[in-house]
Design a binder for this molecule. Sequence first.
Ligand code: ADP
Length: 265
Amino acid sequence: LQTNVVTLYDGKGESVGVLIVMNDVTKLRRLERIRSDFVANVSHELRTPITSIRGYVETLLDGALDDREDAVRFLQIVLRQSQRLNAIIDDLLALSRIEQESNDGSVHMEEGPLCCVLETAVQTCQVNADQRGVKLAFDCPEAVVAIMNETLLEQAVVNLLVNAIKYSKEGDTVLVRAEVPDGAQENRVRISVKDTGCGISPEHLPRLFERFYRSDKARSRELGGTGLGLAIVKHIAGTHHGRIDVTSRLGEGSEFTLTIPGRMA
Ligand code: ADP
């Protein structure tokens, strides 16, 4: 508790009492800590590729440039690390834009068929899936409609698909499905992305949607992850007054489920 004491005076300047104001600053402190942790995390995430780029450029200038084979190899690393920096900055900007729009209430929501949005997301990821030898399957009844911002929802599904493909094995199938659950959860649609990849162990599940949280840092970096994909999905779910859940078993696969307002038309 933060306490402020103010003495109250009457018109003649005589003290007539005190006013004690007590503020519960727990929430404020927590927000401050989250913000400063975030800045520290961003700095760390940006510094890692920069350190690597600097190291390789210095080695090149120190003479490695004379060996063409080494030089090409080092420059490829420099290129990869600068692409990584770009990806982190793109995701950070996406996250802050969604946060901003969501706070202003300026996100345009409209009821429309869900199929088209899911189909576009699948098409966007098809090349990536083909390259990794992963099959994409799609199941969405045409009558399912959702109240959504199509651009944002498509981005959320793409992020889930990118992960599902990334953490799958060659020959696996990723299934994207939409359904309207019966009973209690009326006026809701469930969009799920299910893979049979490496899975996630239970201790990581509660923190998975935090910015920069990864269950396997080295692997995520190697696969080109920024650690922001799921944080973006969580924000998009919030913008839709919806939620994102995950169930997973290590070694067997994962299923991410987005639930947002919608119905069977
Ligand atoms: P990244 O860019 O590292 O993939 P995300 O925010 O998208 O970051 O995901 C956070 C972490 O969650 C990943 O690093 C990975 O450890 C784990 N993860 C996400 N999706 C899956 C999945 N489909 N299968 C296994 N692990 C996953």
